[in-house]
Design a protein around this ligand. Sequence first.
Ligand code: HEC
Length: 265
Amino acid sequence: MLKVLRVLVLPLGLLASTADAKTVTVNIVDFAFSANTLTLDSGDKVKWVNQDSFTHTSTSDTGVWDSGNLAKAQSFTQGFVKEGTFSYFCKIHPGMKASITVRSPEQTKVQIGKEIINSSPKRLPIKLNLTGKKADQVYLGSYIVNTQGGCNDCHTCPSFATGRDPYKGEALQFNAKAYLAGGKAFGPFISANLTPDANGKPAGVTLAEFKDLMRTGKDPHEPGNILQVMPWPVYGLMSDRDLEAIYAYLSSIPKAAQPDASACP
Ligand code: HEC
């Protein structure tokens, strides 16, 4: 019985953590909302708590929500799904104003992709070269490469910094020195260096070549060869937009020399 329960409970727990929706509290104190502006992700909720001795409301300018009168210590919770900026005020004291911005799922990815590089403690201590690039596209690429693509698993050797290997129970930090510089052997196949070449082209390929190899597995450096090991058959199903974001990201990471596969565990 216990076993059955565990099996049932685990997937539910996973579901809850992937959704990761949060409730943010906004206090109403001294005739003001404690957060003038607030940025949320789709699915988050806001809980207004009136801590004043006077009655207040939280009322959307455009009729999206209205708390009704909130006496001292009363609260009101509203969920947000649609993206956009929502201004609101207190109906009783219209001078009290604030706003909430709900990010699109795409903007949330951009934000996470950026945080991976800028987190503290560091997860990926590299400096991106954003000159001439669209920062949001690069950060979306960071999101895809670092959270979904798993490119680091095969293209960085070793994959994690010393003392920061999650497989040893340590806090994650990617190996910045050899980040995506290739050199891991998979039988006779060695993962390629994906960092920019002298001309700034990641893995030495143009955007068109990159999209083509991700979709067809045809190695642009060795015509007639089909890339092995590399999960291009699934990556190739990505949208143009996502493949272009990966390319933009790989174009902006630091150059690094490919480690010698024999020295790589
Ligand atoms: C399971 C391991 C693995 C993963 C994961 C992986 N790769 Fe690879 N990749 C390889 C190997 C091995 C090669 C070399 C294959 C060969 O030579 O046949 C390669 C080759 C490549 C090449 C070709 C480079 C060239 O010069 O021919 C590119 C580009 C590339 N990978 C990009 C990526 C990107 C981007 C990701 C993440 C979205 C990724 N790879 C994830 C193993 C992997």
